[in-house]
Design a protein around this ligand. Structure first.
Ligand code: ADP
Length: 354
């Protein structure tokens, strides 16, 4: 039988669409390394995030499409991911980081740090390179939540002494909690907050990261301002609980980021809302209402889970403590939804190669 031409294979693959980017995978440049040998066809599909929610579906569709081409008997597809959609920030502060994601809430106690920690672990478990920056300088809880026993090491570099983030549960973590004495209260004044947050970026060897998740202090304030002004944020995730009051307070955080955007060259998108402690005594559905009110997607609902709370006290994020639990599933789906939203918002076609 005649060997199928590469063009025929590519044409077949043009019928496979990325549901978020609304274009076919050939036009998007996802198809790489195409080889045709007799009736055997092999190629790579390179997604824009390893956390792609439709990865398996896309693979199955591509396989079916290529198998329908005359002369094809065997199809081998390798699924990979290269987080692109945006050049590395290239800025002096975080030169190797592709996406900086801020996690914010209107008030404390809604589970912002818990969501940040589990989101970071869930993204890392998909194969992405992930950092977690605890910018909640008033109450840096991530070393405890992540169960990080030892503080960071230091390294001499041509630019001076730098901190090496702590590798824990597949994530690189840095927190002021490692550096300040927990017995001593720190009184923070506005400008100090900004410079502390800045140092957590400039004095840390973050290296190359696909995502840097930043846990902001609750409320609206200096840390958010510093972040918004000094790095190019890929967007903000707002954590809220189902109660009405929490939504109203969350709205203030949304308004603040939208206002901060006004002074910037580029917009700071609100990536979406996460409803935490869903289905508990507070009921459910508030996150959805909030998302609607803010005009952004509801990225996920994390259930009220007593086991999560107990495991957190032992330094085990839910994603590690019980990866098959409903809560871990909810975090996994949140990570996928968020990664898809970022890929969509920041999609830029590749400029080199093909
Ligand atoms: P924040 O960062 O908003 O102040 P934390 O992440 O520190 O909030 O969470 C506050 C408390 O709520 C912690 O004791 C945490 O274990 C608990 N918690 C967070 N999310 C949940 C949940 N989904 N179910 C049960 N407890 C939770």
């Amino acid at each position: 039988m005649k060997e199928p031409a590469e063009e025929q294979i590519l044409n077949a693959l043009r019928t496979v669409q990325d549901p978020d980017l609304h274009r076919d995978i050939v036009t998007l440049g996802f198809v790489k390394n195409l080889r045709v040998c007799g009736g055997s066809v092999g190629f790579t599909i390179e997604l824009t995030t390893p956390a792609c929610p439709v990865r398996e579906q896309m693979k199955a569709q591509a396989e079916e499409a290529v198998k329908s081409v005359e002369g094809v008997s065997v199809v081998q597809i390798e699924m990979t991911a290269q987080v692109r959609g945006r050049e590395k920030t290239g800025e002096a502060l975080l030169p190797g980081v592709r996406h900086v994601i801020a996690v914010a809430s209107g008030k404390g106690g809604v589970g912002k740090s818990t969501v940040s920690a589990n989101l970071a672990v869930a993204l890392a478990q998909t194969g992405a390179k992930v950092g977690l920056l605890d910018a909640d300088i008033y109450g840096p809880s991530l070393p405890l939540l992540m169960g990080a026993q030892d503080g960071p090491l230091t390294k001499e570099t041509p630019n001076g002494l730098r901190l090496v983030p702590v590798a824990v549960h597949g994530v690189l973590l840095m927190s002021l909690g490692f550096l300040i004495d927990p017995e001593k209260a720190v009184v923070w004044r506005g400008p100090m907050v900004g410079s502390a947050v800045r140092q957590l970026m400039s004095d840390v060897l973050w290296g190359d990261l696909d995502y840097l998740v930043v846990d902001l202090p609750p409320g609206t304030g200096d840390a958010s301002l510093t972040l918004a002004q000094q790095v190019r944020l890929s967007g903000v995730v707002i954590v809220t609980t189902p109660q009405r009051l929490a939504q109203e307070i969350a709205y203030k955080a949304v308004v603040m980021f939208r206002t901060l955007s006004e002074g910037q060259e580029t917009n700071i998108p609100i990536l979406g809302v996460v409803e935490n402690m869903s289905g508990g005594t507070f009921g459910a559905g508030g996150g959805g209402l909030a998302a609607k009110q803010f005009g952004v997607p509801l990225l996920g609902c994390i259930p009220m889970d007593a086991a999560l709370c107990m495991a957190a006290d032992m330094g085990l994020p839910a994603m590690i403590h019980n990866p098959q639990s409903e809560t871990a599933l909810a975090f996994r789906s949140l990570a996928s939804a968020l990664a898809a939203r970022i890929s969509t918002l920041h999609y830029e076609p590749e400029t080199t190669g093909g």
